[in-house]
Design a protein around this ligand. Structure first.
Ligand code: PLP
Length: 402
């Protein structure tokens, strides 16, 4: 194990700080390391493996399509792209979609669409368009995106950054309205901030943002790369407040945990700004991605994963909240996107995750004090009990040591 860790450190850029476990295989909610030790996956690859690892239906779709036609580029039509996007649009209530691969690419697509819409449709003076974002946002790692991050480390050393972004506090609808000018093209928001530490805004926030954006002819673009596709107990997190966005960004679970598949979806006048040559991606919308994405959407419905995420999320949240330890400051979340905020004077989130790992549960710290608990949506009640017991075991062990 030490050899493989040393090798990875030697040949791979150290842009992550992985937990000291070397994984070899996965099935459902379980991962196995190279020594055969099993771990309950409470992280699901930052919400990408919502269906669990190697779901047989998705692997079958992947294999069949790989043996038929995998990658063509968008230089040609295929028999896969239209049906996949039709399903995606019908399920989300959006008019049209533009397929990409990673979440960050789909966010970049949304930013380009919003700016061009501002000039062509809204009538903003050329080069003046502004996009409002929230403090604490996370939308990926491209230079444009880190340029509007409020996290110093994400920006440090990577400037100069693209202009045209304004930041407002998350959860404060009045601040959004105050920041809008005639040059505002769009408001980009995560319904629940994931990477910021699972921050749930006040009830009614998104609905208020919807009303404000409509009133000022500003596009409401929901970044549901992490919260979308049933993670929070609804197909889309914005549906908790009956909100239909003008632009929607999906990724992660759209690839079924097998491939990077993302999309920007929008209403007709927004997507209509793209002309041939304006935007693209060699791999975006390839038949393999479409086959897996289509099967993933089917599974969401057939396995009723929204209801399952809501039920299992309530169970997990309730059981974690019943744990009374001084090291826990707060447990918060929606559906199966849950964060446990620790008191850093007791234990760091990293240390907590390392201890959890020894008890056979994998999670990951975010922002030093938050332990993320976001398992595959197919997790069972019994497996939730296993996770909660491991959390309690770490807290017991730590309490004794203190
Ligand atoms: N948007 C949100 C809300 C995310 O949480 C993430 C990744 O965590 C991204 C965008 C970027 O996705 P990717 O890492 O696939 O580029």
């Amino acid at each position: 194990m030490e050899n493989l860790i040393a090798l990875e450190k030697k040949v791979c850029a150290e842009n992550y700080a992985p937990l000291p476990v070397v994984l070899h295989s996965g099935a459902g909610v379980w991962l196995t390391d190279i020594h055969g030790k099993r771990y309950l996956d409470m992280m699901s690859a930052y919400s990408a493996t919502s269906f669990g690892h190697s779901h047989p239906r998705l692997v079958a779709a992947l294999t069949a399509q790989a043996q038929t036609l995998a990658v063509t580029s968008r230089a040609y039509y295929t028999d896969r792209l239209g049906p996949f996007l039709q399903r995606l649009c019908e399920m989300t209530g959006m008019a049209r979609a533009l397929p990409m691969n990673t979440g960050a690419e789909a966010v970049e697509t949304a930013l380009k669409a919003a700016r061009k819409w501002a000039y062509q449709v809204k009538g903003v003076t050329p080069e003046r368009a502004q996009i409002i974002v929230c403090a604490g946002n996370f939308a990926g790692r491209t230079t444009t995106i880190v340029g509007f991050s409020s996290e110093a480390q994400y920006r440090q050393g990577f400037g100069p950054f693209a202009p045209g972004f304004v930041s407002v506090p998350f959860g404060d609808a009045a601040a959004l309205e105050a920041a809008i000018t005639p040059d505002t093209a769009a408001f980009l928001v995560e319904p629940v901030q994931g990477e910021a530490g699972i921050i749930v805004p006040p009830d009614g926030y998104l609905a208020q943002c919807r009303a404000i954006c409509s009133r000022h002819n500003v596009l409401l673009i929901c970044d549901e790369v992490q919260t979308g596709l049933c993670r929070t107990g609804r197909l889309l997190a914005c549906q908790h407040e009956g909100v239909q966005p003008d632009g929607l960004i999906l990724g992660k679970a759209l690839g079924g945990g097998l491939l990077p598949v993302s999309a920007f979806l929008a209403r007709p006048d927004v997507m209509g700004v793209f002309r041939p040559g304006d935007h693209g991606s060699t791999f975006g919308g390839n038949p393999l991605a479409c086959a897996v994405g289509h099967a993933a959407l089917d599974l969401l419905e057939e396995e009723n994963l929204a209801a399952r995420a809501e039920r299992m999320g309530a169970l997990l949240l309730g059981r974690l909240r019943r744990l009374r330890y001084p090291a826990i400051r707060e447990v918060r979340g929606k559906g199966l996107l849950i964060g446990m905020e620790l008191d850093s004077t007791h234990i760091s989130a990293r240390e907590f995750c390392e201890r959890l790992m020894y008890f056979g549960v994998l999670s990951k710290d975010t922002h030093g004090t938050v332990v993320r608990l976001a398992p595959p949506l197919v997790i069972s009640e019994q497996e939730i009990d296993i996770a909660v017991a491991a959390v309690a075991a770490v807290l017991d062990e730590f309490d004794m040591a203190a």
